[in-house]
Ligand binder design. Structure first.
Ligand code: NIG
Ligand code: FE
Length: 407
């Protein structure tokens, strides 16, 4: 086994800590080491720590970090990165005063991406989505959850999940989620008829192609009883739930996610203190998506400070999608989390690495730099971890290592 070594690391963020998500004040402890080295091979990290304690080994290949910052590869636990076309027209319409809901009511919104994604051939969808994955990697992401949900029929939902599967290689670790219940397609006889189709036709056909099941729980989309039906069906196929809740209204979605023992409750912009307390008494992890608040021109960011005070293990993700959040960049979302939600740089990094990894059931494999974990590593053009979210609006040069492969 050939050992690769990264030497001359000025600041190493290890994220080493307990083997579980970090809650509340634990989110501030990112395991910083100055003057560090890392040894790894293609299967795992074999040493990460101070240069002075490094074991003497024969090193096959050496990367000089030149005194720069090294962190775990970022983990993006909520994306819709497989889609065709774009909705730049809607972004401009919102600038001119239209709301997300008004655009959706006129047949835009999710339906617009459904039309474009249905029309695309498999190869066209793969080519465009491959570019999205490349953009994410250029921003430091090494693992991404990717949802279906722009197909809304078996054929196109299957096409999206097949594309996600093909994108899952050593350049990006992809975790697929089935989001057939994103909205109701225009050809459906009714919402309940469509949900029947999701549960009785699509889920059995696609359950081996995904690791999670998701639903958009919102006024004019799906309600709590719909989510309970989907949750029962998902359980039958041994799949865990991630739920879009409380994005545009407080419908009690956080409480619902806790009741259904969902793996994650995502968005939570409108969740009040009762919902946050319900999450605090559950195993459901909050996934906050500030890029989508920014993208729809809202000021209603989730109450991250209260979540941290009440001991929740926050995850931050991009929600990368052509409608609400056209950004592949976790550093940009961290910047928003700092300026709009009052999170610290360390809390943001924890939320985008180890906590995100646990939310995807990958916490024992990735999300921190320590012996036994996969070598998913970013070498930044920075010297201090606080610079990741501080510099914004451009793409710094990074060196990204995924599963021990220097990309
Ligand atoms: O997470 N809210 C539902 N789903 C996406 C938006 C999808 C779209 O507009 O295409 C979200 O924001
Ligand atoms: Fe989303």
């Amino acid at each position: 086994m050939s050992i690769h070594s990264i030497i001359n690391i000025g600041q190493l963020v290890t994220m080493k800590g307990p083997n579980r998500p970090r809650r509340g004040p634990e989110m501030s402890d990112i395991g910083l080491i100055e003057d560090a080295v890392i040894h790894f091979d293609e299967t795992a990290i074999t040493y990460a720590g101070p240069r002075s304690d490094a074991p003497k080994v024969t090193v096959e290949e050496e990367t000089d970090a030149e005194g720069k910052l090294v962190t775990p590869g970022l983990v993006d636990a909520h994306t819709h990165a497989v889609f065709a076309g774009n909705r730049a027209d809607e972004f401009e319409a919102r600038a001119m005063g239209a709301t997300y809901q008004e655009i959706a009511a006129k047949g835009g919104g999710i339906q617009s991406s459904v039309q474009q994604t249905r029309k695309a051939t498999y190869q066209e969808l793969l080519d465009q989505s491959g570019i999205h994955i490349e953009w994410m990697r250029m921003c430091g992401t090494t693992t991404a959850e990717v949802k279906s949900g722009y197909g809304l029929n078996l054929e196109t939902e299957a096409k999206m999940l097949a594309v996600a599967d093909e994108l899952n290689d050593w350049r990006m670790r992809v975790v697929p989620t089935f989001l057939g219940a994103h909205t109701v397609p225009p050809e459906a006889a009714s919402k309940s008829a469509y949900l029947d189709q999701v549960i009785n036709e699509m889920l059995p056909a696609l359950c081996l192609k995904c690791q999670f099941v998701d639903m958009f729980v919102e006024d004019k989309y799906f309600n709590h009883d719909d989510a309970r039906r989907l949750a029962a069906a998902a359980r039958n196929w041994n799949l865990e739930l991630r739920l879009h809740v409380d994005q545009m209204n407080d419908s009690g979605g956080a409480r619902l996610a806790a009741e259904l023992d969902a793996k994650t409750a995502d968005h939570l912009e409108y969740t009040g203190e009762d919902g946050i307390r319900a999450l605090a008494n559950s195993n459901t992890m909050p996934v906050l998506l500030p890029g989508s608040v920014y993208g729809i021109r809202s000021d209603k960011y989730p109450n991250a400070r209260q979540m941290i005070e009440l001991g929740l293990p926050i995850v931050l993700a991009s929600d990368f999608n052509p409608g609400t959040s056209p950004t592949p960049s976790l550093p940009f979302c961290m910047s928003l989390a700092m300026t709009k939600m009052g999170m610290s740089a360390a809390e943001c990094l924890t939320a985008c690495t180890i906590n995100a990894a646990y939310s995807l059931n990958l916490g024992n494999k990735i999300g921190s730099i320590e012996s036994g974990k996969k070598a998913d590593i970013v070498i930044w053009e920075y010297r201090d971890h606080r610079e990741i979210a501080y510099w914004t609006g451009f793409q710094p040069m990074l060196r990204v290592i995924n599963s021990g492969q220097l990309l």
